[in-house]
Design a protein around this ligand. Sequence first.
Ligand code: BG6
Length: 505
Amino acid sequence: MNEKKVLFTIFGATGDLAQRKLYPSLFRLYRKGDLVESFAIIGTARRPWSNEVYRDIVKETIAGLEPTPEEAEAFSSHFYYQSHDVQDTEHYNTLKKLSDELDEKYQLDGNRLFYLAMSPNFFGTIVAHLQSQGMLEVDGYHRVIIEKPFGTDYETARQLNEEIATVFNEEDIYRIDHYLGKEMVQNISAIRFANNFFESMWNNRFIDNIQINIAEDLGVEERGGYYEKSGALKDMVQNHILQVLALLAMEPPVAFSEKEIRVEKIKALEAVRVYTPEEVAKNFVRAQYSTGKFKGEDFTGYKNELNVDANSETETFVAGKFVIDNFRWSGVPFYVRTGKRLTEKGTRINIVFKQVPVNVFKSAIGTKSNQQLEPNVLTIYIQPTEGFSLSLNGKEVGPGFNMLPIHLEHRNSSEVMSNTPEAYEKLMLDALNGDGTNFTHWDEVAQSWRVVDVIRQAWDQDHSVLPQYPARTMGPKEAYDLLEKDGFKWIWAPDEWYRERNLLD
Ligand code: BG6
């Protein structure tokens, strides 16, 4: 029996994240028997909901998982709502009373997991009150899960961390980066460390460059208010992209344990060069989407989105080159690219291997005599499809010795994918099990901010015109130039595919 005994207290219970991700994930854990009877959830937020309203909402959020009416009823009966002003001390006393009652009623052994899924401005206030009002004075474990953004730069992150660290030990702080819960992000370590084939070539002798893409086809949606202050750099690069980079770049851990992986990830992040403003100008590109047309549909520009300043200078796209100053990676650029309203949604990593030292087939391919072979590329597909592919060169069937790229592909089937646990489900289970491997340690967060802060500061000093890219394309020309000047190109080029089919201008 793997039943967990726990009281969840979710701050931000009426919010989008709770409804879209947390309740369905908890339901999946319930269905799988990780949560059975001994669990309760207190949802808190400002709105004056009753338990009944809350439970109805919870039921709605899990409707897509097709529970039976009895299942939905039984599951939602574990949810309690407490209207709460996070700055009002008295409210924590009410919360404590309810927590103690539920602890008793469901026999929870004092285990408490606090989930902070609301504005980060209040994280410090909340944890201080949890302690001062005695909510942590029971037996059992007390852990806190914290949503991003963790600070808005190194300094604010440091202050926030200090506030949290006065209440919780580092091992009880679970900083979420939901990319670390994704199946194929977790698979990066498997691909690297379970295949001698790759790991022996995973260095600057064999790899030319590495490309990390996180493309979104959606625009900023209703999150203009948040995004205006964040931009793509802080929204995606500081966290998801640098985490993926750390997994790709780290040294093999001596054991696959939380402690050992952490040590290696931190070392990898510390080797990422912190740029000077001149290096930022050379190695990083930002841009914003303007109006665009794709497959006959018109898309509005960022400046016209809801809650966005009509003169906004916020970047919705970043492409850049990171360099890692250590023995393994010296000379290997890590190109990254992320943005909103790109051609299509896709997270994929391309590991581009070096060419063979001499192309003996050159003379055999007639008119194409100067053509280089295509590089060998290992692609890791993270989403929407999951899997990997390897492109090799083989001989074209027939006379002569023309080389053709061949793709070996493995994609998870839709059946496997539909059974793949959602990132949040996995991460919540990890937190219940006390396993912090797939969460970000403070040292990782701190180093990521140091790397990103200099980029942001350099941009703040640079008043040149922000490049634009038409909505539903893969970014501005500058992003292509970035690789071209190094003699490389983006391996993933969906625009070409759509242009060939006249679906994009
Ligand atoms: C979030 C960002 O962290 O990640 C969003 O704040 C972004 O802006 C999202 O849309 C992307 O996540 P996913 O899982 O859809 O790739």
